[in-house]
Design a protein around this ligand. Structure first.
Ligand code: G3P
Length: 478
């Protein structure tokens, strides 16, 4: 019937007074795997109060000590990679090896953030007044970076550990406290990760993790007057949150429809390998997955054949067996993907493989000759289905890319570096990769989306800066 997990507040594991739990369905078995507490609004209020108090003394804790605790948490997290990865396999059907990688990458991210934090936050600025017209050298301005207060972190199901620590570590090194609301699928992995911070010995109340139904505590958390900053990764909900949130800094990473533009001179083996990696890893459930291929007509037949041959080699099945393609996160997600496939079928797309589904498991599917009137040309399936649109000019490719509401990443394949740079400049996306599939990492690189893909920029350095503000002290000389 599923193990029941407690939520984390005031340095302790607690049962909710609601007496209710939320079930986490294993995407593979479609049975309840775990249960987490359905926290109440009163419990959220309590957590916010504790976070506010704990932050005051944490901000006064020396920076090197804050860094030391983060390094400790990183080491503990890495030591516990096996049980955490097991949860990722059961909760979100992440292939076993990728689950381990997620945890290790998260440990590295925490350590890197601690190191980057002591450098960034260890430096301030000193300005003198006489550089501005009309001023004498009578004012000295000292600036430093101070924490914002309480950070609310809301990561998505696809990286419940990594995209949680990418918010937690910068928040903590900068002297903030942290309230985590994990995704339901992925909540138990997140609770295990929080336990590693607990074992590292962070002060009580500084970190909390509340679980529960979005309908009960979602808006209550994001609109809570005690929250001083929201860092969110996920889908459309982010747009709703940004409309309702108060006058606080927001860091949002939402969806994407990352295009892969393939020119005639591209190394087609390299392209095919990157389309497979970019389009089908974790069954396409990544914001940065390749979500549309825009290939020049003259090389399209050859490329499609190469990709087809590689699709045929993808293993399909259980995450425990480390298959390439595993069940998508939920039945509703599988139904949504199926809707896009049916629409493409009705409108005449070429199916390179037969469409096949068993429960939440959808076999990898490449759709050729997709046209702009098909939903799959614009919407993100978040599943192992990839459309190919044949183009007759570079302009046509750029036009399709820029007509999207999204603007996360994109990629271009060509041997002509000049063309690649011109295309990169023309693509309205936060990042363009030349000759490789889109990806967020390495995790210290800036990561940002334009348009509906987000607000602000992430990556270790940007996140630390974003979770602070500048404080000045001006010394006025006689
Ligand atoms: O939300 C971002 C995530 O989906 C992409 O991260 O590391 O797979 O490029 P990554």
């Amino acid at each position: 019937d599923g193990d029941v997990y407690k939520y984390y507040a005031d340095g302790e594991w607690k049962k909710s007074s609601s007496g209710k739990t939320v079930a986490i369905i294993n995407p593979t078995t479609r049975k309840t795997q775990y249960k987490v507490q359905a926290c109440t609004q009163e419990e959220v209020n309590k957590v916010m109060e504790l976070a506010k108090t704990a932050q005051k003394s944490w901000a006064k804790t020396p920076l090197w000590k804050r860094a030391e605790l983060l390094h400790k948490a990183a080491a503990i997290l890495k030591e516990h990679k096996a049980p955490i990865a097991e949860c990722l396999v059961k909760e979100i059907a992440k292939p076993a090896k990728d689950a381990i990688t997620e945890v290790v990458r998260s440990g590295d991210l925490i350590s890197y953030t601690a190191e980057e934090g002591v450098r960034i936050l260890g430096e301030g600025k000193f300005l003198v007044s006489d550089s501005f017209p009309g001023n004498q050298r009578t004012k000295y301005c000292l600036t430093s970076k101070i924490p914002l207060g309480v950070i609310l972190a809301i990561p998505p199901f696809n990286y419940p550990v990594n995209l949680a620590v990418s918010k937690i570590a910068p928040a903590l090194i900068a002297g903030n406290s942290l309230v985590l609301k994990p995704p339901t699928q992925g909540a138990v992995s997140a609770l295990h990760m929080v336990h590693c911070f607990h074992l590292a010995g962070f002060p009580k109340g500084l970190i909390s993790c509340v679980t529960g139904k979005g309908s009960e505590i979602g808006d209550f958390l994001t609109m809570h007057p005690g929250v001083n900053c929201i860092s969110f990764t996920g889908g459309d909900t982010g747009i709703a949150i940004s409309k309702k949130a108060g006058m606080i800094p927001l860091q949002m990473e939402l969806g994407g429809k990352d295009a892969c533009i393939v020119l005639e001179d591209a190394d087609l083996d390299l392209v095919a390998a990157n389309i497979i990696k970019g389009g089908f890893s974790y069954s396409g459930q990544r914001c940065t997955a390749v979500k549309v291929v825009l290939v020049m007509e003259s090389v399209a037949d050859v490329l499609v054949e190469k990709v087809k041959a590689k699709v045929a080699k993808l293993t399909v099945g259980a995450p425990e067996d480390d298959c390439d393609i595993t069940p998508v996160v939920s039945e509703s997600s599988a139904n949504f993907i199926e809707g896009l496939v049916k629409d493409a079928k009705e409108k005449g797309a070429t199916f390179c493989q037969e469409y096949k589904r068993d429960g939440n498991l959808i076999w990898p599917l490449l759709l050729d000759n997709v046209r702009p009137d098909m939903r799959i040309a614009w919407e993100e399936p978040f599943g192992p289905v990839l459309p190919v649109i044949r183009i007759n000019s570079i302009e046509e490719g750029i036009h399709h890319c820029n007509a999207s509401n999204f603007g996360l990443q994109g990629c271009v394949f060509t041997k002509d570096v000049n063309k690649a740079i011109l295309i990169s400049d023309a693509m309205e996306t936060g990042t363009v990769q030349i000759n490789s599939a889109p990806a967020r990492g390495p995790d210290h690189f800036p990561f940002q989306g334009l348009k509906d893909s987000g607000i602000g920029s992430q990556g270790v350095t940007n996140s630390i800066n974003m979770m602070t503000k500048i404080k000045s002290t001006v010394i006025n000389l006689p």
